[in-house]
Design a protein around this ligand. Structure first.
Ligand code: ATP
Ligand code: MG
Length: 219
């Protein structure tokens, strides 16, 4: 199951589920998660979509008591036993929606663009994760830092990897997602990389990510 908490709604529109009220009404109108669940174009994956209204959700939530735990409370009341994973896509900002996601989650995966500028953002998210752990969700674990848009031809990407590893050691995932044009193309065909370009580097990288993640869980 995918919960799209990003008002940009890319994950939803790519998966053929945009435009509905979706997660907005789960967060602000006490709708159940199940009532907003729609099938995606991918077999086995359903989603609670984002919508334009989600941009206003933060303001509405801010007026409520225990606003940070809203999503967790909704998920606690949901029937999730039929699902292997609930994946929450967050906005690219540390706002109340992101705090809701971190408060509801067991694990957080931090994608880091292989660019020096992205490293200051990592420091910020790490400090926010620490605050959420101590105040709201002690069981939150950092599953790892995932280097994305990695360009093996440049020294720069390798440098970013070294700096991240110096700081976070083995919490930096072994898998990196290389820059790959097939990954840029796939969304416009509303297809996941595994079916759009199964023999591409992008498919291999995301496959490796899934395997590394599952191996970590079983360790
Ligand atoms: N590894 C990659 N190789 C090539 N293009 C990529 C890669 N990763 C992302 N992109 C391009 O960037 C676009 C957005 O990527 P992504 O989905 O990771 O960001 P986003 O979640 O929309 O951004 P954000 O939430 O940070 O605003 C993709 O549609 C694709 O065009
Ligand atoms: Mg995003």
């Amino acid at each position: 199951m995918l919960l799209d908490l990003d008002p940009q709604g890319n994950a939803s529109s790519w998966l053929g589920g945009g435009g509905d009220i979706g997660i907005f009404s789960v967060l602000t109108e006490s709708q159940s998660v199940e009532s907003q669940l729609v099938k995606s174009t991918v077999e086995g994956l359903s989603l609670v979509p984002a919508s334009q209204r989600l941009a206003g959700a933060e303001r509405i939530l801010a007026n409520e008591l225990a606003a940070e735990t809203t999503l967790r409370r909704r998920l606690e009341g949901a029937e999730l036993s039929g699902w292997d994973y609930v994946i929450i896509d967050t906005p690219p900002a540390l706002n109340l929606l992101t705090i809701n996601a971190l408060t509801a989650a067991d694990q957080v995966l931090v994608p880091v663009e292989a660019h020096v500028l992205a490293l200051s953002g990592v420091a910020q998210i790490v400090s926010t994760i620490g605050l959420v752990q101590s105040r709201l969700n002690p069981k939150l674990r950092t599953a790892g830092f995932l280097l994305c848009r990695f360009d093996s031809r440049t020294r720069h990407s390798a440098e970013v990897r070294e700096r991240l590893t110096a700081k976070f050691g083995d919490r930096v995932l072994r898998t990196v997602i290389h820059e790959n044009i097939r990954l840029a193309e796939a969304p416009s065909f509303a297809e996941p990389i595994e079916t759009y370009a199964p023999s591409s580097q992008g498919a291999a990288d995301y496959g490796a990510l899934a395997m590394e993640f599952i191996a970590m869980e079983n360790a």
